[in-house]
Design a protein around this ligand. Structure first.
Ligand SMILES: Nc1ncnc2c1ncn2[C@@H]1O[C@H](COP(=O)(O)OP(=O)(O)OP(=O)(O)O)[C@@H](O)[C@H]1O
Length: 665
């Protein structure tokens, strides 16, 4: 046999109303080649046309079940009342063409009559049934089951390809069967189960009656060529049948679209819920999702399990866990919301503080989290100024830093000025300037990270905790020279914008070698003038402020010179700028004017120390105090520049170190 699995394009697909699925076909080359039973004929002389498989009329062909349904005719035997005789009509023998067999599953044998023994024979197979009724009224009622009262029914064996009906008429030539008077005919046939419905009327038929019954027959050997089809052994006789796999429907004997295709159970459920929701159930309100050859029932949110199984979907969490879960969810959402608000706030500040620009310039930008880690959660505060608190910290590369956190909320420089200031500070480099390591821009006022200077401020060394530390003349001179050099450097870089504005002994830090490092260049500028001014008033740092600034409101390099003059006085006298109700400046100037020098105010330690015996010692002190008085001049033009201050201090240092004096004391 050829393996062709498709009918030709010209083959009719219908005869009247009957579909003709492959492997059946009408006409040459339309049915499965080599199997004559598949070649059907369509008799168009009937209306509607009738389909035939050799002489048997075909009613339907179902590739899904592997069955064709054909018309069969009953056999009958009748007693002729007018001239006593019996006439019989045998339908058959009815022989099905190979490979078809009578379906034992679908068909049954039925006999009708009031004194009837009907026999069914197929080659070496014999069976039969008996029916009897005393009168028509003694027969079963209409629609009743055929249990022998007017009709009998029995299942038939499988594997029958031929059947024939016989009668045992027991007339013995006398024609005296009393039943023939009220029921002259007996009928027998093989037909589809349930097709025949008993009626007493059938018992009084006179022989001209004709039944047309329907029997189903199964083919036994077509090839299962459709995808998603499979073969099963024939339930009767040799051979096999083709079926669509579960979840598919169509013709298993053909390929392509007409073959077995997926059943969309979900669409069917929608189109006819009453029928299909039972057939394809989805329990617990689960939703149907079609899959190839099947469907899935997805459980609703919060439920798990198989919506297809009767057990349905179960809650993922037990009922008691739901409130706990609710609390957890609310907590998570709240945490997330707080985190998100914080993140946005950080971003807003970062943008306002010119974060992207500074980042692109290679400035070290720390996150708030990083600073928290660096300062170990802001554990150790090392001081507090106008800008805010200062914390010690250690960076990832083990560098000690001082982190300045602002308390002055919302008081920031305009973005451009801030970016310029930070960039400038980040780029400048001088041994006597505290180096800016980086900054954090995620806060309202940016946090600044500086190199850590371990000895604290000159103020604390001179007047505070470090007061016990003996300070020789050269050390004091080195501190003065280093600080003055830092100021001169800043004044010569970038013009008047880079005045310090807050020079005081508290802003001169000392490292382990007592090398001075001027701090607060940035923060002095980065904190609003108003807040600094109020801080000065409170802390008494007004003693360093240039009176000209107070009058004009403008800081100049000469304002720094003035403040540095006060620091020089502190170095010479080791007295704070303000002590009790006294001002160092006022007291010293008075003494200076009265005596022509301020010797009476000089630090006793420096006068009595080892180096005091030096010939030039007093001269050096006098020159420093004269320089200080010069710096403190009311007329700014009389004040030296920081470069001149450096020069003078260096000369004094040279004298103190044993060099010759240029000015007689
Ligand atoms: N880089 C640093 N290394 C070590 N300690 C520092 C550093 N910067 C500041 N400090 C300490 O923190 C203290 C506070 O410093 P900050 O500069 O904020 O304020 P201030 O200089 O005392 O006052 P103001 O803000 O009015 O100038 C300083 O006195 C100093 O002891």
């Amino acid at each position: 046999a050829s393996n062709s699995s498709m009918p030709g394009p010209d083959c009719p697909s219908k005869c009247g109303n009957i579909d003709i699925p492959y492997p059946f076909g009408i006409g040459d080359g339309c049915g499965r080649p080599g199997f004559s039973p598949y070649n059907l004929t369509c008799n168009n002389s009937f209306s509607p046309p009738r389909l035939y498989m050799s002489s048997a009329e075909v009613i339907s062909i179902s590739p899904e079940t592997g069955e064709i349904r054909v018309v069969t005719y009953p056999s009958y035997m009748c007693y002729n009342l007018n001239s006593p005789s019996i006439f019989t009509s045998y339908a058959g023998p009815w022989i099905l063409a190979n490979p078809f067999m009578i379906s034992a599953r679908s068909n049954e044998f039925t006999a009708i009559g009031c004194s009837t023994v009907a026999l069914l024979q197929s080659r070496s197979y014999y069976t039969g049934c008996v029916t009897y009724c005393e009168s028509i009224k003694g027969a079963a009622t209409d629609g009743a089951q055929c249990t022998g009262l007017g009709c009998c029914q029995m299942p038939i064996s499988g594997n029958l390809s031929t059947i024939q009906v016989y009668w045992n008429n027991n007339s013995n030539g006398t024609y005296d069967n009393p039943a023939w008077t009220y029921s002259p005919c007996s009928f027998a046939f093989v037909a589809e189960k349930g097709w025949y419905r008993f009626s007493r009327q059938d018992l009084i038929f006179d022989g001209n009656n004709s039944f047309a019954s329907r029997a189903s027959a199964k083919p036994t050997a077509p090839a299962c060529v459709s995808r998603n089809s499979f073969c099963i052994s024939a339930t009767q006789g040799p051979g096999y049948l083709c079926n669509c796999s579960e979840g598919y429907m169509g013709n298993p004997y053909v390929t392509g679209d007409k073959g077995c295709t997926n059943i969309n159970e979900c669409d069917l459920r929608k189109s006819n819920p009453e029928k299909y929701e039972k057939l394809y159930p989805c329990y617990s309100g689960s939703t149907c999702h079609d899959t190839q050859g099947s469907y899935k029932c997805k459980c609703k949110f919060g439920l798990k399990g198989d919506g297809k199984s009767e057990k349905g979907c179960q809650p993922i969490f037990p009922v008691w866990a739901i409130p706990i879960l609710g609390i957890i969810v609310v907590a998570v959402v709240a945490t997330f919301a707080i985190f998100e608000v914080k993140r946005r706030k950080h971003r807003r500040f970062f943008d306002r503080n010119g974060g992207d620009i500074l980042k692109s310039m290679g400035i070290n930008i720390f996150t708030e989290g990083q600073l928290k880690k660096i300062t170990n959660g802001y554990k150790k505060s090392i001081g507090e100024g106008a800008f805010g608190k200062v914390y010690i910290g250690v960076t990832d590369d083990s560098q000690q830093v001082a982190v300045k956190c602002s308390t002055a909320k919302g008081e920031v420089l305009p973005q451009e000025e801030f970016v310029n200031e930070i960039t400038f500070q980040f780029r400048i480099s001088h041994t006597n300037l505290v180096r800016l390591v980086g900054c954090c821009l995620e806060t309202d006022v940016p946090m600044l990270v500086f190199e850590f200077v371990p000895r604290g401020s000159l103020h604390s060394v001179l007047h505070g905790a470090g007061k016990t530390l003996p300070l020789s003349m050269p050390v004091r001179l080195d501190i003065a020279i280093g600080s003055a050099e830092a100021l001169a450097y800043m004044h010569s870089h970038g013009g008047h914008n880079h005045v310090h504005g807050d020079i005081k002994s508290g802003n001169i830090l000392l490292d382990d070698n007592l090398t001075p490092k001027v701090s607060d260049f940035g923060s002095a500028k980065l904190v609003s003038v108003a807040s600094r001014y109020s801080k000065w008033c409170v802390s008494g740092d007004m003693s360093y402020i240039d009176p000209i600034y107070i009058k004009s409101g403008r800081f100049t390099e000469k304002s720094d010179v003035y403040s540095f003059g006060v620091v020089l006085l502190e170095l010479v006298t080791r007295k704070p700028a303000k002590y009790g109700d006294n001002s160092l400046y006022i007291d010293f100037i008075r003494s200076f004017k009265e005596e022509g020098n301020g010797r009476k105010m000089y630090d006793e330690d420096i006068l009595s120390g080892e180096d005091a015996r030096s010939y030039h010692h007093m001269e050096c002190l006098d020159r420093i105090s004269r320089l200080a008085v010069q710096c403190l001049k009311e007329d700014v033009d009389e004040r030296p520049t920081m470069a001149e201050v450096v020069e003078e201090l260096k000369e004094v240092k040279a004298i103190a170190s044993g060099g010759s004096s240029s000015v007689a004391s």
